[in-house]
Design a protein around this ligand. Sequence first.
Ligand SMILES: [Zn+2]
Length: 449
Amino acid sequence: MKRSPRPLRDDPPGHAGPVEPPFDLVLGACRLPNPPATAEPGRAVPETPLVDVGCREGAIAEIGALAGRPARRTIDCGGRAVTPGLVEAHIHLDKALLSERAPGLEGTLDEAIRVTGHAKRRFTVDDIRTRARAVLDLAVAHGTTAMRSHVEVDPIVGLKGFEALAPLRDEYRPALDLQLCAFAQEGILQSPGTEALLRRALREGADLVGGCPYNDTDARAQIDIVFRLAREFDVDADFHADFFDEPEHLHVRYIAEQAVRLGWQGRVAVGHVTELDALPVGEQDAVIAEIRAAGLGVITLPATDLYLMGRGDTHKVRRGLAPAKRLLAGGVAVAAATNNVRNAFTPVGNADPALMAFLLTVGAHMGTRAEQAQALAMITTEPARMLRLGDRALAEGRPADLVVWEAAALDEAVGGVAPRRLVVKSGRVTVEHRHTVDEPWRASRASGV
Ligand SMILES: [Zn+2]
């Protein structure tokens, strides 16, 4: 292979000079993702030069040729691709890993809500926390350095989900920033008591509030309640919205309207929004303009959406994805996220955001060099902005949350869903993957055995 990375090597520490404080960590010989502008249609992508990335006090202090500069730890990355840390914008830790006990048979949204709601009656704090830890461990190992998890808060499960997950924010802080969204999956008006429980979760430290207007008796009234709570506690809002094949709700328009009216621009995310794809292009662009004007972030959830949408189609089965490319072209912030890991909503998954970028490449026709770079941004810098974590680009002065991929280029990293080699959080190595592959077939072929 042309650009096979060298083995990873820990170099001996450099010596601190009298004036310059040492870097805490230097990642040497990194290949940063090509800016899309370097790609020309049909032309080979020029190889980017290798650079060193120096981290100090949790931030990227310098990018360039840093050989010989003092550092407490230097790791030669051998030409591997290095990207910002992955940001999981939308996941459900509390209802992950339920496929065994609450499987779906029809594969519809109705069924998923029903069977998961039934399983929820038997949740305990320990059970939720054990499953959540399993998913967090997977996510961290994949290079996830920030995450927003929804936590269901309703009369069925009470605050058990929040009690289970709240301590995990501290437990996982060295590896990942975890936000918890108090989420009304079962509705608010049709599920009396939910509003009071949401308020309690927020009082006890939930980071933001989430609604699900399609699953309620009065969608607009629910949206109003969620915004009222967001304002009362001065937190962001995150809606599951318009999760159908036909444009029969388009609640996103009312959400956008309220975000503008209440001054919540840039503080609201909407997940799914699959209905938008069913609108004729002109109408779609008008709604996209409203979404942009309201500063809503859109989170596409390709594993769940591809799995649950189009179920009524007997032929020409729809993909049922939010129109990511049109949203991006319209200037909307778009993230791709996991949503569910092995439950009735999505029977597959391993909490690797890179899988979502991979699915978008094929599912949303995002295969050009520039689109692959966008897909990477949709699991790194875009969701970071949406979660209001600031600019997490791989640049000097930004947080040193980084992933070293077992790949030499972006198309291998995202397109090949390459294994991760190292994960760095706030300038510290948090995960090191080592794997060896034995290939006895080669020897047996050579020896004729
Ligand atoms: Zn969700």
